[in-house]
Design a protein around this ligand. Structure first.
Ligand code: ADP
Ligand code: MG
Length: 664
């Protein structure tokens, strides 16, 4: 196979620079797409600033004077008549053009204008007038030592030498159906567009190709998962499950019941469960997962429930213990701060099977942990786990079923892609009796007002969360901090109420103590960073105050707001900010997490929705699934059709597409 170093002009130094920006193959090189284009319109001499870029048509007025210097360098000077006046042109190292540059010839000059000398130092001369056309220059991501020009040269050389070898991932039927240009031509145009129309046309083709290949893989994985009948087959004891449901202090919503059914069906079927359970904050996902664990237990397997924070793991553990009260099911908690002695005991119990359910943090997937017969893995708020960690936990069991829970509703587009190989259960309906949380956006100048609202709630014996973006004051920021707010809140309320703080830098044990005190109403005002964002459940807390709220994505704000409104009392959420209040006002209007995540997605992209690891999965070279949603849908449909098409004579292409699936 031809390698990058075979491209003419790419020496060892260039090769290592290219590798540095992740260009390792010829395919990488020619699909190193410009991230933008500079459109050079032809301009008037009078309208260009001194030293500014100019592109201008004209006729040569004087015979070029050629000067030769040492080391083979040369320079030519001539005068050009343009519609906006006469100008001098000098250009280096184009002696070979001298014969073509005869007086009267129409040319286009591209360069920089020196106004005082009335001279253009040209970087390029085109031997034809562009007439009305604009010049479109690709702009690439570069690195020090590797210029835009270098990249353009290498790319064009690679296309010239090996353009025919470059693989096209679009099956011929679809190339034909959509009348797409061939791959080589498309690449040529994307790197050297002559018009915006052409550019648009080929970029659709290349985006389609990328999305087609991606969706093909997703569809393939999904199909494989369905085909693999080596998942666990269980006999589920519905009676037992129903008796648990009957004994709950509340009635499950229809959506909860539906999700439970879907999970049980997955557990019974020989297919491996790979399911996302999504539902807004407070929609009651936890109980659904507990019932899944019960079903798994009575069919003879161990379950693991993994949470992203220690606080949340402890909470789940306590709830699960309450839920299991009166049964002989053994459940344990395993986190980073579990004492060594206890850990050894737990490892032993997991290995010999005496522990049936384990709740914990990342500690659950550490090397030392061995399971007897892990049948079900549940991860809460899964968007906080990297793909690698998820894979790691799956590898612990025989072939455990996996349920991911997320309170960040995934915008439709992402549900299609990142979770495209998963089945999805959605809880939309909220438990009865929940009231809307009144939300207010307030400026710093209205802080008295805010303190007043807090006081009203405290007087009713309710509790308050206060959130700041930072922990401690620092020199280069004047954002609100947990430590600073603690002092201020003490001044305002310290006489009658207990105030404390919790944040990610505290030791785990210390965090738990504070969280427990807050839960027991021994603390009335809890000041915190976003560590309380996920899942914490304190029904008596009715007020959420967020300082410098503009620092957070809407989905995060929605999560934070979801910490209140968990009991029967009316709850409020106050967003304090002097900036970006328009965006924050969406929070005043909207309380549907699905709508908010769509809005957030429109405003910020997916950065706020997933950890960076997962955003990495989503990085396309040319497609943008937000803007190219329609292409995505088409590619999804076509790739599925193609995958299912047994008649297809193009097994080789199918194999190629499958071979690009990387583990991870
Ligand atoms: P989330 O989906 O955000 O994880 P939780 O599972 O923490 O929500 O549930 C929030 C609260 O609602 C908990 O206190 C839980 O006991 C309660 N809950 C769950 N389902 C119901 C229901 N059907 N009716 C009333 N309360 C419920
Ligand atoms: Mg939860």
């Amino acid at each position: 196979m031809t390698e990058l170093k075979d491209v003419k002009g790419i020496g060892p130094k260039a090769l290592s620079l290219l590798n540095k920006i992740n260009i390792n193959t010829i395919e990488d090189l020619v699909t190193h797409y410009p991230f933008r284009y500079e459109v050079l319109e032809r301009n008037d001499l009078s309208k260009v600033e001194d030293g500014g870029k100019i592109i201008i048509d004209g006729k040569i007025e004087s015979v070029p004077i050629l000067m030769r210097f040492k080391a083979g360098l040369n320079k030519m000077n001539f005068r050009l008549v343009t519609p906006s006046g006469v100008v001098g042109v000098s250009i280096f190292n184009r002696a070979f053009l001298k014969n073509q540059l005869s007086v009267g010839t129409g040319i286009t000059v591209i360069g920089k204008l020196d106004k005082s000398k009335n001279v253009i130092t040209a970087s390029d001369i085109k031997m034809e007038t562009l007439m009305s056309k604009a010049k479109i220059e690709p702009v690439y991501h570069c690195t020090s030592g590797l210029t835009n020009k270098n990249l353009s040269t290498y790319i064009n050389m690679a296309l010239l030498m090996y353009g025919k070898e470059i693989k096209d991932y679009i099956p011929p039927v679809y190339v034909e159906k959509y009348n797409f240009l061939n791959k080589k031509t498309a690449l040529n145009i994307i790197h050297n567009p002559s018009t915006m129309e052409k550019l648009k046309e080929v970029s659709i083709r290349l985006k389609y190709e990328e999305l087609f290949a991606f969706m093909f893989k997703i569809n393939y994985l999904k199909l494989q998962n369905k085909k693999n009948s080596n998942g666990l087959v269980r006999n589920i004891n519905r009676e037992k499950i129903n008796s648990f449901i009957k004994n709950l202090p509340y009635k499950l919503t229809n959506d909860q019941l539906k999700a439970i059914n879907e999970i049980i069906e997955d557990l019974q079927s020989p297919n491996r469960m790979n399911r996302l359970l999504q539902g807004d904050v407070g929609s009651g996902k936890t109980i659904v997962s507990f019932i899944g664990m019960i079903a798994n237990h009575y069919s003879g397997y161990q379950s693991a429930l993994m949470a992203p924070t220690e606080i949340l793991a402890v909470q789940h553990y306590n709830n699960l213990k309450d839920f299991l009260a009166g049964t002989d099911i053994k459940v344990e908690l395993l986190t980073g701060s579990t004492p060594k002695k206890d850990k050894q005991q737990i490892y032993k119990g997991l290995k010999d099977g005496s522990i049936s359910m384990i709740v914990g943090t990342h500690a659950l997937i550490q090397e030392e942990v061995e399971y007897c017969n892990l049948g079900l893995v549940i991860t809460d708020e899964q968007h906080r786990f990297g793909v690698h960690q998820r894979a790691n936990l799956q590898n612990k069991g025989v072939r455990p079923d996996v349920l991911y829970m997320s309170a960040t509703p995934i915008p439709r587009t992402y549900a299609l892609t990142i979770f495209g190989d998963m089945d999805v259960s959605t809880i939309k309906e909220r438990p009865k009796g929940r009231q809307k949380i009144d939300t207010f956006v307030r400026k710093y100048s209205e802080i008295k007002d805010v303190l007043g609202m807090m006081y009203e709630e405290l007087k009713k014996n309710h509790q308050v969360y206060v959130i700041a973006p930072l922990i401690e004051d620092s020199e280069n920021s004047d954002l609100a901090t947990v430590c600073n707010l603690k002092d201020q809140m003490k001044l305002a309320f310290g006489e009658h109420y207990k105030i404390d703080i919790v944040h990610g830098k505290m030791a785990n044990g210390a965090k738990d103590i504070i969280m427990n005190q807050f839960k027991n109403n021994e603390i009335q005002i809890l000041i915190s960073t976003t560590v309380v964002e996920v899942g914490v459940d304190v029904p008596n807390a009715t007020t959420m105050v967020i300082f410098d709220a503009e620092r957070f994505g809407l989905s995060t704000l929605h999560q934070l707001r979801g910490r209140v409104g968990r009991g029967s009392s009316k709850s409020i959420c106050i967003l304090i900010s002097d900036n970006d209040t328009e965006r924050l006002k969406i929070m005043e209007r909207e309380d549907d997490g699905f709508v908010i995540s769509e809005e957030d997605f429109k405003l910020r992209g997916h950065g706020d929705l997933f950890g960076t690891k997962q955003s990495g999965d989503m990085s396309f070279k040319i497609a943008n699934i937000r803007q190219d949603y329609k292409i995505l849908l088409q590619a999804k449909k076509d790739s599925k059709e193609y995958l299912m098409d047994k008649e297809s004579d193009n097994e080789e292409l199918k194999k190629l597409l499958i071979s690009t699936i990387t583990e991870g």
